[in-house]
Write a protein that binds this ligand. Structure first.
Ligand SMILES: [Zn+2]
Length: 465
């Protein structure tokens, strides 16, 4: 039996399919072979990458104590020959078993279309060799009377090159799907480098504050000048009980948002300061992962995590007007790019709230009052009506907010976004006007916040000038 020839003028040696695991693996094969894209992979490249996979698998499978790279393989292929608990630790006997996984399809046998790329395939693979297919709840995921899925050699190599191209942990793998191939390639290049490091020194040798989201964001930022695209992360985990899948995604407008963050110094400063603020809360060194995650909608469909993170920071704002202005501008470009919001429409409402808060001898008390209702449509509406009446009596001409009223006080996500932006606008104005809003560091929990003084703190001005 000779090797089945699968090379044809129209079909590349290695297909880049829309299956997220095969796709990531195909990119990994291309990167390991030093090619620009999977289409460029030659039969010799495929042989060389298969040989590399076999060497790397054997290197970790024969050791008495399972190294981290073996744990990565075990999470993906828990019942394969080199990851099985009862495997032999002898390289000479293990090697042919592993090499057979990537053997060419054989001529003379009846070929079936590969389950991933439709190329002729004569090898059937079941869940032992397909990544993350193994779960006790899926005893048999195959059609009736079939012994496995047909998987061609190229896709078999790709599916085992997956841990090089994916963001891996000892129990999970995350792959990226993006319409811009340059972003996918960059994500995979970074992960291949990381995989090599894990193979050499284990997980302790790779940076702790990094994540699939942070790597994706870096890749998107590097290509933000290209056409706008979204990015979808598929996280697969096999905890030996039950495999699960988690999908998180950015939205298409993220490309334009990133361009504006890069190109506007004040917004970029807001972005960096937010990252540092998030790092402080999470103690996650640097905050790169925390801030990257603000741009992804999670599996529960929570969007606008950036606005929520900013909302949290604005509630006890620092006295630094530069940082707070940067956050306000960051929120503005986010609202403009993601929702087409015309933030200028909020100007009268901003003037009204600021005038009402600063008219009081104790702005902290009114600020707290506003903060409590800022996100609530009904309570905010009530407070602004009272503020309008109060200012009308005291000064005669409060700002007219009727133009924004239906939008600002609507229920649902849109109304919340407008109220959040108003909150940012108000706080940034108050901080800019040096109205002290923060609890002082020496002020304990029982300290009286409402002591009736406006806090203009000259030392803060010196510190932040
Ligand atoms: Zn295939």
């Amino acid at each position: 039996m000779g090797a089945l020839t699968v090379v044809s003028p129209t079909r590349p040696v290695l297909a880049l399919t829309t299956h997220p695991l095969q796709r990531c693996g195909a990119w990994a094969v291309a990167v390991l072979a030093g090619r620009a894209q999977p289409d460029d992979v030659t039969p010799d490249d495929l042989d060389a990458v298969a040989a590399t996979l076999v060497d790397d698998i054997i290197a970790v499978s024969v050791l008495p104590k399972n190294p981290d790279w073996w744990k990565v393989l075990f999470a993906l292929y828990p019942n394969a020959k080199p990851t099985h608990a009862k495997r032999g630790r002898d390289a000479a006997s293990l090697r042919p078993l592993v090499a057979a996984l990537f053997a060419p399809d054989t001529a003379g046998e009846q070929a079936h279309p590969c389950a991933f790329c439709a190329a002729p395939a004569t090898v059937l693979w079941a869940k032992a060799h397909l990544p993350l297919f193994d779960t006790p709840h899926a005893v048999n995921t195959l059609p009736p009377r079939t012994a496995g899925w047909p998987v061609c050699r190229s896709c078999r190599v790709a599916l085992w090159a997956l841990p090089y191209g994916a963001w891996v942990t000892a129990g999970s793998a995350t792959v990226l799907m993006c319409a811009n191939p340059a972003v996918e390639r960059r994500f995979v290049i970074r992960n291949v480098t990381r995989a090599r490091r894990i193979q050499q020194v284990g997980f302790t040798g790779v940076p702790a504050d990094a994540s699939a989201e942070a790597v994706t964001l870096a890749a998107l930022r590097a290509h933000s000048a290209d056409a706008p695209v979204d990015a979808v992360l598929w996280s697969f985990k096999n905890d030996n009980q039950e495999a699960w899948l988690r999908v998180s995604a950015t939205r298409q407008a993220i490309g334009r948002l990133l361009v504006r963050i890069e190109s506007t110094p004040a917004v970029r400063l807001g972005w960096h300061r937010l990252r540092r603020a998030l790092a402080r809360h999470d103690k996650n060194r640097g905050g790169y992962t925390a801030i990257a995650r603000t741009l992804f909608a999670d599996e529960h469909g929570s969007v606008d995590r950036l606005l929520r993170a900013l909302h949290h920071e604005f509630t006890e704002p620092p006295a630094d007007p530069v940082a707070v202005d940067g956050w306000r501008r960051l929120a503005r470009v986010y609202q403009e790019e993601m929702y087409g919001m015309d933030v200028e429409r909020l100007a009268p409402a901003r003037r009204l709230v600021v005038a009402w808060i600063t008219a009081e001898r104790n702005p902290r008390g009114r600020f707290n009052e506003y903060t409590r209702v800022a996100g609530n449509a009904f309570a905010l509406h009530k407070l602004l009506m009272e503020a309008t009446a109060r200012l009308y009596r005291d000064s005669g001409r409060p700002a007219d907010i009727t133009g924004i009223t239906p939008t600002l006080f609507s229920t649902g996500p849109e109304g919340w976004r407008w109220r959040a932006q108003l909150f940012f606008e108000v706080v940034a104005e108050l901080v800019r006007a040096d109205v002290s809003l923060s609890r002082k560091p020496d002020e304990g929990d029982d300290a009286d916040e409402d002591d009736g003084t406006i806090r203009f703190d000259p030392t803060e001005e010196e510190v932040y000038a």
